[in-house]
Design a protein around this ligand. Structure first.
Ligand code: 5GP
Ligand code: MN
Length: 324
């Protein structure tokens, strides 16, 4: 799968790797896993990273991440875990300085923007693609590379519990564990530790919850002023759908939050009957059948109207019984 990718990497000297804005564990895991692997074989490579949640601060040498490109020109940009060019973490001017662009991704309805595009939407995590790439390049996994890739697999599969998890994902994880990484610590730091401010955000999200269609849809909204007053960092304000979607009989959970830049970010989770990638794409966003999102377009509209459109569209799709 990676023949052309590897040919471009071999040709290149100066390389940057980027993921998506609001980086999640898979974005950070795939960027840094590949970064440390390419560094190991002597490439002049840097990871692009900005505005990441402090949850990831414990990961080894995460401070290697840079926000922008120093050079006027560089050989290769590798973009991982982002289905659209618009959502890349790299600045547009820095994107344009790359002589060649490679895209490596696993989202539904990717819009290829690379010269070489390695896309497999059957995989649960971009980090599984990076695992396969590093293996195909015969680069030996060390603890740092393995920790990042494992972290990406773990976070995008709900600790290997989402239906998207494949036997190959488990095999990759087993292989990475055999390197001797502290996978238990990675899980504890990421899944089982929150700041107290986040506990109060959860309280707000739950008290603002609205229920539609006999409890099949649970919706919550927290505005930016509230998030800010609670002292929750923007990067740490995600994840409220996790609580809503646990409630019995829920099919779709929606969390809308205000961002500092004045926009409203919609985050959706489906328990499997409703294809929410389709819904997010129709609003200009994207994602996966069970996890998707978009930014509400409030030009010529209002929050209330956009909210109603979303609830209506979910309602139309509730009886689809798509099994994803
Ligand atoms: P989250 O709810 O965690 O922010 O995002 C869930 C999934 O939806 C992720 O896989 C993410 O890539 C995708 N997603 C979220 N927001 C957007 C968006 O604005 N545009 C696109 N294309 N995908 C999004
Ligand atoms: Mn991903």
């Amino acid at each position: 799968m990676f023949k052309e990718v590897i040919r471009e990497i071999e040709k290149a000297n100066k390389i940057y790797i980027t993921g998506h804005i609001n980086p999640d564990g898979d974005s950070i895991g795939s960027v840094f896993g590949l970064y440390f692997a390419l560094k190991k074989i002597g490439k002049d490579v840097l990871p692009i990273l900005s505005n990441y949640s402090s949850v990831f601060s414990f990961m080894p040498n995460i401070s290697d991440g840079v926000e922008s490109v120093k050079e006027d020109e560089y050989d290769l940009l590798i973009c991982v875990d982002s289905s659209s060019k618009a959502r890349l973490a790299i600045k547009e001017e820095d994107f344009n300085k790359a002589k060649t662009v490679i895209m490596i991704d696993h989202h539904q309805k990717d819009m290829p923007y690379g010269k070489v595009n390695a896309i497999d939407s059957s995989l649960p995590a971009a980090s599984e693609l990076i695992y396969n790439l590093v293996k195909e390049m015969n680069i030996e996994f060390d603890e740092t590379i393995a920790s990042y890739i494992y972290m990406g697999l773990m976070t995008d599969t709900g600790s290997f519990n989402y239906a998207s998890t494949k036997p190959s994902t488990m095999r990759a994880a087993a292989d990475l564990i055999s390197v001797g990484i502290d996978f238990s610590e990675i899980c504890k730091k990421i899944n089982d530790t929150i700041k107290e401010s986040k506990l109060f955000l959860i309280e707000k999200a739950i008290s603002n919850m609205e229920v539609f269609y006999d409890g099949k849809v649970r919706y919550t909204f927290v505005d930016y002023d509230t998030i800010s007053a609670l002292g929750v960092d923007e990067e740490d304000a995600e994840g409220m759908t996790n609580y809503l979607r646990k409630v019995e009989n829920t099919e779709v959970a929606v969390y809308v939050r205000g961002k500092q830049n004045g926009t409203l970010k919609v985050s959706m989770r489906s328990n499997g009957k409703v294809d929410i990638a389709k819904i997010a794409i129709s609003f200009g966003g994207g994602g996966h059948v069970r996890a998707s999102g978009y930014t509400m377009n409030l030009e010529n509209s209002t929050y209330e109207k956009e909210k109603q459109k979303l609830i209506d569209l979910i309602g139309v799709n509730l009886n689809d019984d798509f099994s994803g």
